[in-house]
Design a protein around this ligand. Structure first.
Ligand code: EPZ
Length: 420
């Protein structure tokens, strides 16, 4: 099992290039199942989750050619066989092949995605939406079995207990793209990744309007053609490096990020006293004052503060002056990073879906264990600011969502190495 060892206390300096977005690439790769012909997807991040999605497509019969940071996918020979549990369980995001398979074959069998450590991952909204389009769905021995004589567009309310759902919106958008008539998705997710998927579908010949709003309009078409498409940069990776620059009191330029996707993150770090300069296609961050102030935070669907940045922001608040209250409104139990942060010197207590973070602490290096993608990123950030050496085990969690993490941090001057 690989480990990452970090010698903390080095202010990061220089520039880091942001990779393509994992959460945009996954539904877009699934959408290639809708194309008659070959798709060429560019700026794909080389990540475990992307590999898993490509393995699933290949298992279904897609022909895949990996080029340098691009992939050519021809799904003409795809057969409609069950997407297997041992691949689907590796990644929750694989549930977004359900919509395209149903749209293309009028039937689909996909393993239920397992839960994961950030909490139960229900898919009731996915299933409700597809049923409203005319699918009959049953759950049988851990598999979702969906079939539809035809898919007919209609108005569908997709809001759930926690508001909008990103992948349920993606699934429904992809199914509606080939449905008969117009589909209106009310309380759709408006994340940049949803807009990216809509742009890809429209380039293939779909008719998706108002992507990014909470009222998505999709006019079904007969067929979609293979196209080439470039994935947007990863806003969560960009936000993670922004925190890395702040927490090490460094001066970091984040190249290739779309600052328009980082509004809530920039707003919160500036409220804490950070200096963030937005340039055309990059972001410059430096600490104008130390310690920063503690600020309260609530995670919300986009454009609110992203739940995928909650753990990373919490690490920064441990070193800020005062106390901050961080509330999870998207995944109420997404606090598995707290145990390990407290072992490194943090003082955080959980009250329901809020964490009370006492600031003014300092991190001391020790041995910690990664547990989930963004919790592991939080441990890396704490280690970069810690006194002494930290050894992080189970780093495969990081490989799922951070391309070239060790190389990128080394490029910023961090004392980091990966051992096995
Ligand atoms: C996407 O997951 C992202 N994953 C997650 O990123 C991200 O945290 C999440 O959106 C929220 O932004 C990918 O895009 C691959 P949701 P998704 O459906 O779509 C509840 C990361 O670290 N819900 O928007 O699965 C759900 O339990 C990952 O990169 C239902 O109740 O999340 C949650 O409380 C982690 N019923 C809330 O909605 C449903 O049918 C939002 O979840 C579906 C979801």
């Amino acid at each position: 099992m690989d480990k990452i060892v970090i010698e903390g206390g080095v202010p990061l300096k220089g520039e880091v290039k942001i990779s393509g977005s994992k959460n945009s690439a996954l539904p877009i790769l699934a959408a290639t199942l809708l194309a008659e012909g070959t798709c060429r997807i560019k700026n794909l991040p080389l990540l475990k989750d992307i590999e898993t999605m490509l393995k699933i497509l290949e298992f279904l019969g897609a022909k895949i050619k990996i080029r340098k940071k691009a992939v050519e996918i021809n799904t003409e020979s795809v057969k409609n066989i069950p997407a297997p549990y041992d691949l689907v369980r590796l990644m929750r995001g694989s549930v977004c092949i359900l919509g395209p398979l149903l749209a293309r074959f009028r039937k689909a069998i996909v393993s239920l995605p397992g839960g994961c450590i950030i909490g139960p991952r229900p898919i009731d909204l996915h299933l409700k939406g597809l049923e409203k389009l005319g699918a009959e769905i049953e759950i049988d021995k851990g598999y979702i079995k969906a079939k539809a004589k035809k898919l007919k567009g209609r108005r569908i309310f997709l809001g759930g207990t926690f508001g909008s759902s990103v992948l349920a919106t993606a699934n429904l958008m992809m199914a509606a793209a080939l449905a008969e008539g117009e589909t209106l998705i009310e309380f759709a997710a408006g994340e940049p990744e949803i807009v990216d998927l809509a742009n890809f579908l429209n380039k293939m010949g779909a008719k998706v309007k108002e992507a990014g709003s909470h009222l998505l309009r999709i006019k079904g078409v007969k067929k979609l053609r293979g196209v080439s498409y470039r994935i947007i940069p990863d806003r969560v990776e960009a936000g993670t490096y922004l925190i890395a620059g702040l927490i090490t009191r460094g001066k970091v330029s984040i190249k290739g990020a779309i600052s328009g996707h980082l509004g809530a993150i920039i707003d919160k770090t500036e409220e804490a006293g950070a200096k963030v300069e937005i340039k055309k296609n990059s972001l410059y961050v430096e600490n104008s004052q130390w310690p920063l102030k503690s600020v309260n935070l609530i995670t919300l669907p986009y454009p609110g503060f992203p739940t995928d940045m909650q753990a990373q922001f919490m690490v920064l608040m441990c070193l800020s002056e005062g106390t901050s209250v961080i509330t999870e409104r998207v995944f109420p139990r997404r606090f598995m990073h707290i145990g390990e942060l407290n072992r490194m010197g943090a003082d955080i207590v959980v009250e329901e879906n809020s964490a009370i973070v006492r600031g003014g602490r300092k991190f001391v290096g020790t041995r910690v264990m990664a547990s989930d993608l963004r919790a592991s990123a939080a441990l890396v950030l704490a280690s970069l600011a810690a006194e002494g050496k930290t050894e992080i085990s189970r780093v495969y969690h990081l490989d799922r969502g951070y391309e070239g993490l060790v190389e990128k941090l080394t490029g910023l001057g961090a004392k980091i190495k990966r051992t096995n």
